[in-house]
Design a protein around this ligand. Sequence first.
Ligand code: NAD
Ligand code: DAU
Length: 357
Amino acid sequence: MTILVTGCAGFIGSNFVHTWLASSKEMVVNLDKLTYAGNLANLDDLKDDKRHVFVHGDIGNRDLVAELLTQYQPRAVLNFAAESHVDRSIHGPGEFIQTNVLGTFNLLESVRAYWTKLPESNRDVNQQSFRFLHVSTDEVYGTLSATDAPFKETNPYEPNSPYSASKAASDHLVRAWHHTYGLPVLTTNCSNNYGPYHFPEKLIPLVILNALAGKPLPIYGDGQQVRDWLYVEDHCRAIARVLEAGKVGECYNIGGWNEKANLDVVHTLCAILDELQPRADGRAYAEQITYVKDRPGHDRRYAMDASKMEQELGWRPRETFDTGIRKTVQWYLANQSWVEGVTSGAYRQWLDKHYGA
Ligand code: NAD
Ligand code: DAU
């Protein structure tokens, strides 16, 4: 048995491959374009593992995807591939429309052509038959006030950034391919992840690495924006559970019940670093906190109501924020060569050399 997963050289996808292969013999075919966010070093330990096959390519390349589907006959396709950084979507939304909207559209069409030709027994939605699982975000629901209830699956979509609008569009396409063509789809919407292999353009890894490098820790606006943090491995386990037991056509909200203001997250990181790797001058890392101009259209608060996942699928996060964030800091301290590869741009040079990109 095989699954085809896209975007697994990135942060969550690479964690998913590790989590998946830790408990399954099933082969993973990993299709990734290796954008700036894709990093094969995230999968270094699987170099000699025959259960992981890496394919360099774009989800929007219908010929390539058709070839892979014919060759590997996967029992499921999971779509992690996306442009994922809100700030980049503000500076240049084009890539987000290209991959998140058009890429998902092309992938859906390739998968539909494959699924249509499967034997009838493999197309029955009530059996353990073919599935297309689309990985999405809580940001499609827009923003909450301090007193609003957390997002449920029934909340309307109200995206506010080019990134979240492009993800919302992709979710709508996935839904439509189910209702119109009968494609057996599942959609997961998750809150902010953190953990190993997180590219240091995002808040938590950026703060850890900037702190250690003696650089400013940039806080957008007043730092009181709230995110609901989930340890990445818990997200990966939730996706595997939805693939296994989710109801076709349904959406599942995934979150950590861990609402934290950005400033509190940064203070927590500084305190852990003060303990594990104190500054040479004995001063506190928190002294490096610097307030900077706010992100345009910055959503004030996200929070997920994950009770459907808990009640229908029996999933619950294993990590608390305290255990997960400590593990994360320890991982960055222990993986200096990964950090150097990412920050020096050495892995991009390797890609150019190897793939001629
Ligand atoms: P990431 O930016 O770290 O990784 C994205 C991966 O997709 C990279 O390996 C990149 O090379 C690949 N990719 C980009 N465009 C591609 C294309 N056209 N074809 C093939 N591969 C392509 O992102 P991430 O944080 O790992 O997020 C993965 C998914 O989870 C995304 O769909 C994102 O919207 C969603 N998500 C992320 C979070 C989070 O907190 N990071 C939370 C909820 C949902
Ligand atoms: O909510 C899920 C989403 O979480 C995912 O869909 C996105 O792919 C992922 O990137 C993440 O989006 P955010 O915008 O919430 O993550 P980011 O790490 O960029 O920012 C987290 C918060 O920290 C946000 O309120 C902006 C703020 N921030 C971020 C950076 C990079 C700062 O204050 N300073 C910074 O330098």
